[in-house]
Design a protein around this ligand. Structure first.
Ligand SMILES: [Zn+2]
Length: 471
């Protein structure tokens, strides 16, 4: 574990930031057993005085991009979770059983895949943590989703592979947040509104300062050890039934979609919008879309939105809105990295090693906003909006981020399930061929193959599963 937040270490005096910095500087890596069987203990971390241990099994997809997700990594993350919980009065440690298992079905998940996992073994004797490349849907929400607990009070947690630049909240915070849902905790603030409790682990929009537990939360976490005997620990409503908030006016659609939190964008407040009213989201998919243009187009005012969402909060801790917009106007392209001195630049190397330079940049925010926009458009759109999605996915130049393309394809599959539109089926059929995604390559690369697999899956599900509808 490296010094991931050196700036805060130096400047933050608030309790949350200080505690986080200490946790971030964890010095002892957990002991992880080697060559263990599926029922052996891989690690025991943050063992509390009372011995209350949550038992955890970890699975992941089998794609190359998930190859770095290891048993040791899961043990380390859970150690951070356990230490954070105990520092706040929750006496709980974690015991990981067996090695991380890889299965192709966990490369990308949606409501159906998560529901099937729960139904297959409704009362396991351990918390099931699944690390996936992408969560395309979580209850009524779509878009860029960090984690999903499909049934509140039950031990099934799905977590998107961590991307420090786009997710920004530390990995352990996301794990703790989802594990909180597994013991029935809900958000202390609303979905898709400016988070009212941003320092709480259970906030809808976690950021690096979201490290606090409050009220009954420490007690609730301790209940996780009771999953060892099977059965739910609490009778609470499912995450998908959480209040979605008021209907969104047509004029606010860009703002609403731009501000999705950890669980993406809830579609319910958008359900009454017409095809024409969703169409303005198209500008978020424009070739070379820049953050400044997206912010201007959304017409935010500083008083209305003090911070766009957790990413903007994180990247601009003390910046006023106007300077944020000004900064966005000067955003560098992701490709044009700062010129290297050519020789060995020790300070740059050191910065990289310590993650000093890993603060979200404008292109990271644009990638998240585009993921949210294309998922909403593809899922809810009528003829014009869906056409804009298909055009964006067909573009060869200035293509959308990989996540956005997968999320767009999955959304079109859900739209097909609802509408059975022939043009959608035809598009997904064409996109099921790897050459669609990289027509100039003689041998399509792994991304193109994965995208074609996504399209084929979306087509199959869209044709056969009318219940895939998010709403
Ligand atoms: Zn949540």
């Amino acid at each position: 574990m490296s010094l991931r937040f050196p700036r805060r270490l130096a400047t933050t005096t608030a309790l949350g930031g200080l505690v986080l910095s200490l946790w971030g500087c964890q010095t002892t890596a957990p002991m992880v057993a080697q060559s263990i069987g599926p029922h052996d203990v891989a690690c025991q971390v943050a063992t509390p005085g009372n011995g209350a241990m949550a038992r955890v099994r970890v699975a992941k997809g089998d794609s190359d991009s998930l190859s770095a997700e290891s048993t040791a990594g899961a043990c380390s993350t859970l150690q951070q979770v356990g230490e954070a919980l105990q520092a706040q009065g929750s006496a709980l440690g974690f015991e990981v059983i067996g090695p991380v298992r890889s299965q192709s079905e966990w490369n990308q998940v949606d409501n159906l895949a998560m529901r099937n996992a729960v139904l297959r073994q409704p009362e396991p004797d351990s918390v099931q943590v699944v690390i996936t490349e992408r969560i395309t849907q979580c209850g009524a929400s779509v878009g860029y989703i960090l984690g999903c607990t499909p049934a509140s009070g039950r031990p099934f947690v799905f977590i998107k592979q961590h991307n420090i630049l786009q997710d920004w909240a530390p990995e352990w915070v996301i794990w703790a947040h989802e594990l909180g849902h597994a013991v029935g905790l809900t958000h202390p603030d609303g979905a898709n509104v400016e988070p009212a409790r941003p320092k709480r682990i259970m906030t809808y929009a976690p950021n690096p300062q979201s490290v606090e537990l409050a009220t009954q939360e420490p007690e609730a976490f301790v209940q996780m050890s009771r999953f060892r005997s099977g059965g739910p620990v609490a009778l609470t409503r499912a995450q998908s039934q959480q209040a979605a908030g008021a209907a969104v006016a047509a004029a606010d659609v860009l703002k609403y979609v731009s501000r999705g939190g950890a669980h993406g964008v809830n579609l319910d407040p958008l359900a009454q919008l017409s095809d024409a009213q969703l169409l303005p989201l198209r500008q978020m998919l424009a070739p070379g879309a820049r953050l400044s243009a997206l912010l201007q187009g959304a017409q935010f005012s500083p008083s209305e939105v003090p911070a766009l969402n957790q990413w903007l909060v994180a990247s601009n801790d003390d910046a006023a809105w106007s300077s944020l917009v000004a900064q966005a106007a000067e955003e560098p392209a992701r490709e044009s990295a700062p010129p290297s001195s050519g020789g060995l630049d020790l300070s740059l190397k050191l910065k990289d090693l310590l993650n000093w330079s890993k603060r979200p940049q404008a292109p990271d925010l644009v990638a998240v906003m585009q993921s949210n926009a294309i998922a909403v458009m593809g899922d809810l759109g009528g003829a014009q909006t869906v056409d804009a999605v298909m055009q964006a996915l067909s573009r060869q130049e200035a293509v959308l981020p990989l996540d956005a393309r997968h999320l767009g394809v999955a959304a079109l599959g859900r739209n097909l399930a609802r509408t059975q539109t022939p043009a959608l089926a035809a598009f997904l059929g064409a996109a099921s061929v790897p050459q669609f995604w990289c027509p100039t390559q003689s041998k399509p690369d792994a991304d193109c193959v994965a995208l074609s697999n996504s399209a084929r899956m979306a087509l199959v599900q869209g044709r056969s599963l009318p219940t895939l509808n998010s709403r």
